[in-house]
Design a protein around this ligand. Structure first.
Ligand SMILES: [Zn+2]
Length: 263
């Protein structure tokens, strides 16, 4: 409640009413398996896997032969694949889970960077992999975010009536804009990603500074409204599509069945 974060901002973009209800503890967004698997892999890289296992008994099967559920065995395989890749591991060689706070358009933000590379580590990346120079920029450091994806395919966006890159669909460009601004040193934003395909894929992506700037403008535009909603100065809008809106919907009228597409 005290800070806006990238995840919270994106939740407000999807549905203001659901985001506020979640913050107030009136609505629980389902903890998806995908989220848990992502947390499992993150905890491996921050050296906290044992702790993660202790805190998440639900990742173990309750039936014989017990052990990790299949999704987490898969996560172990993805981790092994990541460890075999030199560049992937170099990009994960910085400080883990770095917390920073700051303001965007007067709104307090808090971020947690998966891996923050310093200047020396950035330089090492470019020395060993010269083709990364365009993404690494001035080698003052880099913000690395780790993602686990189903695959790297583009995703159908009903809003755009087109397939769009997964980075845009999941708002990772917005996340990058917030991270770059709050970190404050104009460091490149890199997504170090693996897939849950049977043979996991790996890729390192960057979001260009121009794209980050465009997304930051969007954040600057919207964050003050979301903050006002959090503080009760503005009424949240309902999207009327999400699970929260369906669960709290009250029928008020009887509609012509032909309108159903526009609900
Ligand atoms: Zn909604």
């Amino acid at each position: 409640m005290a800070y806006m974060g990238a995840t919270q901002f994106k939740a407000f973009q999807r549905c203001e009413a659901a985001a506020l209800a979640t913050l107030r503890g009136e609505w629980a967004e389902k903890k998806t398996v995908a989220l848990l698997v992502g947390g499992y892999v993150d905890s491996y890289f921050s050296g906290e896997l044992d702790q993660y296992k202790e805190e998440h008994p639900e990742i173990f099967s309750s039936r014989y032969p017990y052990g990790l559920k299949s999704e987490y065995k898969m996560a172990d395989l993805i981790i092994e694949r990541m460890k075999r890749d030199r560049l992937y591991m170099l990009l994960m060689s910085g400080r883990k889970q770095v917390i920073r706070t700051g303001f965007i358009a007067g709104v307090p933000f808090k971020i947690k960077i998966d891996c923050l590379l310093n200047a020396a580590q950035s330089k090492q990346v470019v020395e060993q992999f010269p083709e990364t120079a365009i993404a690494m920029g001035m080698c003052d450091g880099a913000i690395v975010d780790q993602k686990l994806m189903a695959n790297f395919d583009s995703v159908w966006s009903p809003e755009d009536q087109a397939r769009i890159p997964f980075v845009e669909y999941w708002g990772y460009d917005t996340q990058g804009a917030i991270y770059q601004e709050i970190e404050g040193n104009m460091l490149p934003f890199i997504i170090n990603a693996g897939t849950k395909e049977e043979e996991p894929n790996l890729c390192a992506f960057y979001v260009s500074d121009a794209d980050l700037a465009a997304k930051l403008a969007e954040v600057e535009d919207l964050a003050p409204r979301y903050q006002a909603i959090k503080e009760g100065r503005e009424e949240p809008r309902r999207c009327e599509h999400c699970a929260y809106c369906r669960a709290t919907k009250r029928l008020r009228r009887i509609i012509d069945y032909k309108e159903v597409d526009f609900l």
